[in-house]
Design a protein around this ligand. Structure first.
Ligand code: PGA
Length: 233
């Protein structure tokens, strides 16, 4: 199974999401069952995106981009895993932008992963080399069932920079993640992925797909990446 995951970050209003999905549907994408398409959308878009996806009969899933480390309770403004469970089955956690801008530590990320697992959601966990081992060890310590998780190697220098990581280096890090997780979960790469370079990552044995930021905002490019990945699998 190959994964193509879009990360819309803090972009896309509800009406922009409607336009994106309509354009995607109009492109008549040939989605085969060897490729899983997931869109990590802002909380405000999840319900409408789900409705439109169903309306057009698209084989694409929506995911959240974050979750509260707390269970339901007196935590004003927090969106908890139980709330998400009625909207989606996946949630991104530990993106480097959240680690940097919101001081998220590996401990907080592990808590969020635990909440998601309790609510039967699959965490998509972002990793970079400085905290890769620490993060996986914390998850193992919490007895997180890693077979229910996805990991994404996202080197900081490659994110949003137009300077993607060397595919051989990505394969080496993916092998390391695979070793630490006893090959129990899919491993993806993220960082300046484009329709042109997507195949250079997917070709590698340990890389099961990609997480795409900027280029996922363009539905035509998303279709192109899907076609290129399908061709390779
Ligand atoms: P990018 O973002 O594709 O724009 O580099 C990737 C990510 O941050 O998930």
């Amino acid at each position: 199974m190959r994964y193509l995951i879009g990360n819309w970050k803090s972009y896309q209003t509800i009406s922009q999401t409607q336009t994106w999905l309509t354009d995607f549907s109009n492109a008549k994408p040939k989605i085969n069952n060897r490729i899983k398409l997931i869109l990590c959308a802002p909380f405000t878009d999840l319900a409408e995106a789900k409705r439109i996806i169903h309306h057009y009969g698209l084989q694409i899933e929506v995911a959240a981009q974050d979750v509260s480390p707390f269970e339901e309770g007196k935590h004003t403004g927090e969106i908890n895993a139980k709330m998400l469970s009625e909207l989606t089955t996946y949630c991104l956690v530990g993106h480097s932008e959240r680690r940097r801008e919101f001081n998220e530590t590996s401990e907080i990320v592990a808590e969020k992963v635990a909440r998601l697992i309790e609510a039967n959601l699959s965490p998509i966990i972002c990793l970079d080399t400085p905290y890769l081992e620490e993060q996986i060890k914390l998850l193992l310590h919490k007895r997180i069932p890693l077979e229910r998780c996805l990991f994404v190697y996202e080197p900081l220098a490659a994110i949003g920079s137009g300077q993607p990581a060397d595919p051989f280096e990505v394969e080496m890090i993916a092998q390391k993640i695979s070793f630490l997780t006893e090959s129990r979960c899919p491993i993806l790469y993220g960082g300046s992925v484009t329709p042109e370079n997507v195949i250079s990552y997917a070709r590698h044995h340990c890389v099961d797909g990609v997480l795409v930021g900027g280029e996922s905002l363009n539905p035509a490019h998303f279709v192109q990446m899907m076609d290129n990945l399908s061709y390779e699998s």
